[in-house]
Design a binder for this molecule. Sequence first.
Ligand SMILES: O=c1ccn([C@@H]2O[C@H](COP(=O)(O)OP(=O)(O)O[C@H]3O[C@H](CO)[C@@H](O)[C@H](O)[C@H]3O)[C@@H](O)[C@H]2O)c(=O)[nH]1
Length: 458
Amino acid sequence: MSATKKSHVAALTFPFASHPSVLLHLVQRLAAAAPSVTFSFFNTTVSNQKLFSRIKLHGWDNVKAYDIYDGAPEGYIFSGNPLEPINNFINATPGIFKKGIAEVVDETGLKITCLLTDAFLGFSVDIAEELGVPWVPFWTAGPHSLSAHLSTDAILRTLASAGKAQTVDRTLEFLPGLSAIRASDLPIELLNGNYDQPFPKMLYNMILALPLAKAIVQNCFDALDPIVTNDLRSKLDKVLNIGPLAFPSPKSSSEFEDEFGCSAWLNKHAKASVAYISFGTMLTPPPPELVALTEAIQEKQVPYIWSFRDDPKLPPLKEFFERTSDIGKVVPWTPQLEVLAHSSVGVFVTHCGWSSLMESIACGVPMICRPFFGDQKLNRRVIEDVWQIGVGIKGGVFTKDGMLNALDLVLSKETGNRMRANIAELKQSAEKAVEENGSSSEDFKNLVEIVTSQQDVL
Ligand SMILES: O=c1ccn([C@@H]2O[C@H](COP(=O)(O)OP(=O)(O)O[C@H]3O[C@H](CO)[C@@H](O)[C@H](O)[C@H]3O)[C@@H](O)[C@H]2O)c(=O)[nH]1
């Protein structure tokens, strides 16, 4: 009797913001490409509840989600500090994952043959070594921020020698492809160099671990920024650019299903006339900025569709939403990719999260940028100064004049058309990358090979 061989991939999430949903998206694509492989998806209970209230795993026979402990001490009450749950989680790693994996191996009788994880979880390299399997980290942000993180020591040394006065405007021309990036665009966790704190320490440990990975996956495509990609490939073993991970289906430019009626509302508007507003899964701008943003929209009478995370019946936006109900639609959640792909959307007002950025490129929609933290300022710089497919708000925060000016630029014929032409070009390159033999499709095949290369004999 011949022995049965089986691959079993453990996917480990960083359970905050859109990180789990991006990793799940990748797992689902892999599961479809390799139906004989079992995928176990490890995420905290709270994050799984949120994630699977929107996404269903029915029909994904080879993907199973497992809950792990989130590290919160007994009796813990959230203080309102967003870093607190992140620190609790980090302090409980890697133990929570090791325990989860051991239980699942016990339950299924299937040994783990590959570890696919959020790149933030640099400690996974040790788990992979203990298990004797390859580690494949997924960097869910962009190549520019990965490049900056990998050069943390060089950046800190250069800034220290530049002297305080020049530091903020110091550009990173000593790093290939990053000459437009300024020190002030960098994530604070990278700049502060304080590795006593859990999150900066986790990021620093990640950059020490990445060179030991079997391959590193990114949600981008080669032609997006070949200089940065080539530089990364010179420093890391195998960088697989498999994006854009999310691509609109050809028919979604006019019709799609959604529980809040976005499609029907968008169908009533003229081509490229609507502003889509969303600040991702974690953020709402502070009240004074919200007011400034709404004043500009109202003055300009721009039709808008807003994915609003907070309660729209509370001040300061309640009255604005009521006053502008003839030109606006506010919903708690949109099928964002389909909304962006709709022909009536002309501009995306965004916080510059990486998935949003890639979706905007995949749909060819220019952006108005109001970045907040992490990689977002760096992404804004690339959007505005390198690719010229959007514009930042003058002064960095929403003011009525700043927003009016940004709307004028993006919706105008001259500057707006230039941005639209630039983003159309990127969109075209993205389409080529995901074609049958395109660079992203080839890298994806490579990834499938890696995650299925090791098998356990049953
Ligand atoms: O109504 C909505 C709002 C959001 N989304 C989706 O939610 C995701 C949001 O992702 P992203 O734009 O990356 O924002 P965040 O969730 O804020 O992402 C975090 O993680 C990213 C890396 O993965 C970083 O680039 C960001 O700075 C960080 O905040 C996207 O896929 C959107 O399509 C929807 O589908 N509908």
